[in-house]
Design a protein around this ligand. Structure first.
Ligand SMILES: C=C(O[C@@H]1C=C(C(=O)O)C=C[C@H]1O)C(=O)O
Length: 282
């Protein structure tokens, strides 16, 4: 009997772990390095960025790697570590494919996994070209060849090997943003909903990112075959396209993005990011 009770307590302890959600794409592998062992102070699940945002908002997750725009749509959210998904130039996995010249776009299909890049696409078209297309959803798992929109936004793994379409122009949104603003872009951050104790979680997430950065070659070797990439392509993606640290310049990029989003009514105005429990707060 005592043994059984011990087992029950263990089950309860596991069940009570905070629930953390991470992006299921290749881009997140360096951020979750080593988080699959028993010492991890939370349970970890993987999903599309838009789903993670919805689950955090509904209280189905306690902490999640959510699209940056969603941070500004939430109430009492806190950014709990300086680990993030960002870029300092071309990001490779966030692209708009144009079937018409960008200034002639009338319809834009948005990847349903996305929230941040969806808003970024609207911002770039409106602010740079004065174009405000009619929007439609590109469902997860659908083939973009079946979509007839003038322009199509793809993110994540499916943007890495897109099917061939007759595109007259392709924008890498990381590159377009950085060229336009001179600032880094932040796609996603680890965010906690109100009332969650996050010290141990933020420590573990920071530690995982640091370990991931120290082991990019090993992670690339493991992940590349699953994504039809060579190890060197995968390493290059992690090392040169993606950027995993939210520092002062990245914060400035996030602020600029938020102001542009608020200016187009894509986010409420008057929000200031709360950086919590981590070195970026200082
Ligand atoms: C760089 C990327 O960043 C992502 C883009 C997101 C978005 O557009 O909402 C959210 C999380 C990240 O996965 C990518 O998906 O390739």
């Amino acid at each position: 009997m005592p043994e059984l009770m011990g087992a029950k307590n263990t089950v309860n302890a596991v069940a009570m772990k905070p629930r953390v959600g991470a992006v299921r794409y290749l881009n997140t592998k360096p951020l979750v390095h080593g988080l699959d062992d028993a010492d991890t102070p939370f349970s970890l699940t993987f999903d599309y960025p838009s789903h993670l945002a919805d689950q955090l908002a509904l209280g189905l997750l306690d902490v999640a790697l959510i699209p940056s725009i969603e941070y500004f749509l939430g109430d009492g959210y806190r950014i709990i570590t300086d680990a993030c998904i960002g870029c300092l130039g071309p990001v490779w996995s966030v692209k708009i494919f144009f079937r018409t010249p960008p200034e002639q776009v009338r319809t834009l299909a948005l990847d349903e996994g996305s929230r941040t890049s969806a808003a970024l696409a609207k911002i770039l078209l409106a602010e740079r070209l004065g174009v405000r297309p009619q929007l439609q959803a590109l469902p997860l798992g659908s083939d973009m060849r079946d979509c007839e929109a003038d322009a199509i936004l793809l993110i994540g793994d499916r943007a890495i090997h897109p099917p061939a379409i007759d595109a007259v122009e392709v924008w890498d949104l990381g590159e377009t943003w950085v060229q336009w603003t001179g600032l880094p872009f932040v796609f996603a951050m680890w965010v906690a909903r109100p009332g969650i104790q996050t010290e141990a979680i933020s420590q573990a997430l920071m530690h995982a990112r640091n370990g991931g950065l120290d082991n990019l070659q090993m992670i690339a070797e493991r992940e590349a075959p699953k994504h039809r990439l060579t190890t060197s392509e995968c390493f290059h993606y992690f090392h040169d396209n993606l950027h995993f640290t939210l520092g002062p310049q990245e914060k400035a990029g996030l602020k600029r993005y938020y102001e542009l989003a608020a200016g187009l009514d894509l986010a409420p105005s008057g929000r200031t990011p709360i950086y919590d429990d981590c070195e970026i707060a200082r």
